[in-house]
Ligand binder design. Structure first.
Ligand SMILES: [Cu+2]
Length: 357
């Protein structure tokens, strides 16, 4: 996953630590920390404080709702949900120690995407009060690669209407300027009940190694109606912005998003994803190269479609068994639409599985 590490890198590279310590002139004077929440960072004006009273002035500078939570030393406090452009204030008395600061929205989805940082509070009068916060290494062991294998019925999702427009509508409106493109997809896009049974196979291996080291490899081969043979070879992760706010890249495991979470398009029901990735693929149609840089989004997610007719069965599908594998292939920036219905390829394997290598 790309973004969770970005805030740490900024501080390490930007020399901000000197400015990031706060002092209070007198012991009873509250310290103020300004907090900016956006997709997907939490920026603190100070990451190192002396113990005592602290006023957090929190502003949501992003484009979707966020909140501020601080946790540590047995304490846990949070603001209410803050709308874009709005603010909130939290006044606390903090003892010396380390605190986790994050956005609690979307059952930690926002946190997993990078909206977390750390606040160090020096004990009152103790050594190191107001000392700059050291740049940190992420201490977690790298995860083993996960191999996802497509299984069960294979279906192609064709252009059509999204079946939960009333649920998705209010969330789409919070997406700002991009909502128009998404609204046209709500009427006639790749999130429909218009499906065709096809055949094919797909195996993909993903490495969630953090920062810029994520990796992916895999091949999907499927035959759509009329006997058209498609092959997509995934060989590198995609770390640029993908169409439709918000930003993503690389490989991310264990994410709750889409639907009513405000994370990524709400034209997919609210789901729990065991592994999601964004990659670049070489795409072939009947053996001929279509593109060396098609955009691919893969998710192994909690089941969204009914057996038999494969209609979308739920707006909140997050509690369902994780066995649906989605492969979405779209032209890269500036590339022509594919010679396929709607100009895109969206294929589901309805009985899929994953295992760590
Ligand atoms: Cu948030």
């Amino acid at each position: 996953m790309k973004y969770p590490y970005a805030p740490l890198m900024l501080i390490a590279a930007g020399g901000l630590t000197g400015a990031a310590s706060a002092r209070r002139a007198r012991s009873d004077e509250p310290v103020t920390v300004n907090v900016a929440l956006s997709e997907w960072t939490v920026k603190l004006s100070s990451t190192s404080l002396p113990a005592g009273r602290v006023t957090f002035n929190v502003t949501n500078t992003g484009s979707i709702p966020h909140a501020f939570e601080i946790e540590g030393k047995g304490m846990e406090r949070e603001t209410a949900l803050i709308q874009p452009g709005q603010g909130a204030t939290l006044v606390l008395t903090l003892a010396g120690g380390t605190y986790e600061v994050y956005c609690p929205v979307g059952r930690d989805s926002h946190r997993r995407l990078g909206m977390e940082t750390r606040l160090t509070v020096a004990p009152a009068g103790g050594p190191g009060a107001g000392a700059p916060r050291p740049a940190e290494e992420d201490g977690r062991a790298p995860l083993r690669p996960i191999r996802v294998t497509g299984g069960g019925p294979v279906i192609q999702i064709l252009p059509g209407a999204f079946p939960f427009p009333d649920s998705a509508g209010p969330i789409l409106r919070s997406f700002g300027p991009e909502h128009e493109a998404l609204e046209s997809q709500m009427r006639d896009g790749p999130y429909s009940n218009n499906v065709a049974p096809i055949s094919g196979r797909f195996v993909v291996t993903a490495w969630d190694l953090g920062a810029v080291r994520d990796s992916v490899s895999g091949v999907a081969e499927f035959t759509t109606r009329g006997g058209v043979q498609w092959k997509a070879v995934l060989d590198r992760v995609q770390t640029n912005d993908v169409p439709h706010h918000p930003k993503f890249g690389g490989v991310i495991r264990g994410l709750y998003y889409h639907g009513n979470t405000g994370v990524h398009t709400p034209l997919v029901p609210t789901i729990n994803s065991a592994v999601a990735l964004w990659s670049i693929a070489h795409l072939y149609r009947n053996g001929a190269l279509v593109s060396d840089s098609a955009y691919v989004h893969v998710m192994l997610l909690s089941h969204t479609r009914r057996n038999g007719d494969y209609r979308l069965a739920c707006w909140d599908c997050s509690k369902n068994r994780v066995d649906e594998l989605q492969l979405q292939i779209t032209p890269g920036p500036g590339q022509p639409r594919f010679d396929a219905p709607g100009g895109f390829l969206f294929v589901n394997w309805e009985g899929s599985s994953a295992r760590e290598e």
